[in-house]
Design a protein around this ligand. Structure first.
Ligand code: AMP
Length: 286
């Protein structure tokens, strides 16, 4: 496994490793790697000739400076995990290497996708994500890029980014990896106190409550209210949003929606967590 920190060196390394024509998988991460990241790496390992990951905590996608300062960083351990998972190339640039001019002047504008659920409560977040992912796609030109369903809105944004800006990468969506108690793995989980960690599976439980309600024929309003009530029952958890959207558009569901997505964001003290779950709409019996 090669660790590369500069864009110039990366181009040379990728050329050597790909022997001209091999497929290249990219797994963009912000480090503090866990089994969720590893599942993306394994997906890439199973289909790509060369597996690359990027580790870069992108300041421009943090709307909260304290969240950026306290975001977990563990490069040494990350490198061990990456090597064990079969990564060929790790790109871990400095802030200066990624943004030599400081804060970018030119940004990728996510348009309406920037102000949905996460975007509404984290202004500028998706402009930061779209800009850094566009840079990574320009730097790597991967054949495949792997993203987790855990960040469902982000996945939706990246699919549109590839379409609108004509990046060649095929986007591969990977299922959410969970702890045994249902909590979605996240680098931010490390910041939870033992008490908060104990309560955090409430998010997944609320998603299951909503899913169950839909399964038993509840209306969208009722299923949404049931998710919210479940979160309200946990005093250490503050709800940011609990919504049900069309899975394909992330718009409010309509009569033609065939798949829904239940999405929740909630905070435990300073730590903000998100999760989501899919629901297939059964065709009406005639
Ligand atoms: P991050 O380092 O949090 O920016 O995440 C890097 C990639 O890993 C993103 O595509 C995430 O959606 C994905 N990811 C994070 N947590 C999980 C998880 N629990 N299961 C699957 N993918 C995940």
């Amino acid at each position: 496994m090669q660790l590369v920190t500069s864009v110039g060196e990366l181009a040379i390394t990728l050329r050597e490793q790909r022997h001209g024509a091999g497929s290249l998988g990219l797994v963009p991460t912000m480090g503090a790697l866990h089994s969720g990241h590893r599942s993306l790496i394994e997906q890439s390992r199973s289909r790509d000739d060369v597996v690359a990951i990027s580790i870069f905590v992108n300041p421009w996608q943090f709307n909260n400076p304290s969240d950026f300062t306290h975001y977990p960083r563990s490069l040494e351990v990350d490198l061990e995990m990456a090597e064990a998972a079969g990564v060929d190339v790790v790109f871990a640039p400095s802030l200066e290497e990624m943004y030599p001019g400081g804060e970018p002047v030119l940004w990728v504008d996510p348009g309406v996708l920037g102000s949905g659920l996460e975007g509404a409560s984290r202004p500028g977040h998706f402009a930061g994500v779209a800009t850094v992912v566009a840079k990574l796609f320009a730097i790597f030109a991967p054949t495949h890029a792997y993203f987790g369903e855990k960040d469902y809105e982000q996945l939706h944004l990246i699919r549109r980014l590839v379409l609108d800006l004509s990046f060649g990468a095929e986007i591969v969506a990977c299922p959410t990896v969970r702890e045994i108690d249902g909590l979605a793995l996240s680098s931010r989980n490390a910041r939870l106190s033992p008490e908060q960690r104990f309560s955090a599976p409430i998010i997944y439980q609320a998603l299951l409550v909503g899913h169950q309600a839909l399964e038993s024929g509840a209306t969208l309003e009722s299923a949404t209210a049931q998710m919210r009530m479940r979160i309200a029952g946990e005093p250490s958890c503050a709800l940011v949003y609990a919504e049900i959207r069309d899975a394909a558009t992330l718009e409010p569901p309509g009569l033609n929606s065939v798949a829904l997505r239940l999405l929740i964001a909630a905070t435990f003290g300073e730590v903000r967590l998100i999760d989501n779950l899919g629901f297939e709409v059964k065709p009406a019996k005639v």
